[in-house]
Design a protein around this ligand. Structure first.
Ligand SMILES: [Zn+2]
Length: 92
């Protein structure tokens, strides 16, 4: 598996986690009223689920696939923005 494939899989997992989190907050809201705690749990869950993102770095220069300069985007770079390595190419 390439680092890009791993990053894409992670992006899909995060999308699923985001949907689950939103549904969780909506369901709690619907049945128990507005809950800051439910919201906090959802945020903590998302941050925890997103932790593997920090390991998805360019094998050449170590730049994170989800960073575009200063910005973090929800979809990984296919080509490293710093050194130009083709991250979708099979290397291992
Ligand atoms: Zn790079």
């Amino acid at each position: 598996m390439t680092v890009y494939e791993a990053a894409s899989a992670h992006a899909k997992r995060m999308l699923a986690a985001l949907v689950v989190s939103i549904l969780f907050v909506l369901v709690i809201d619907r049945f128990f009223g507005h809950s800051t705690i439910a919201f906090a749990i959802a945020i903590i869950g998302l941050v925890a689920a997103n932790r593997p993102m920090l390991r998805l770095n360019c094998p050449t220069c170590g730049k994170n696939l989800f960073f575009r300069g200063m910005f973090v985007v929800p979809w990984p770079n296919k080509v490293c923005g710093k050194c130009g390595t083709d991250l979708a190419a099979q290397s291992n």
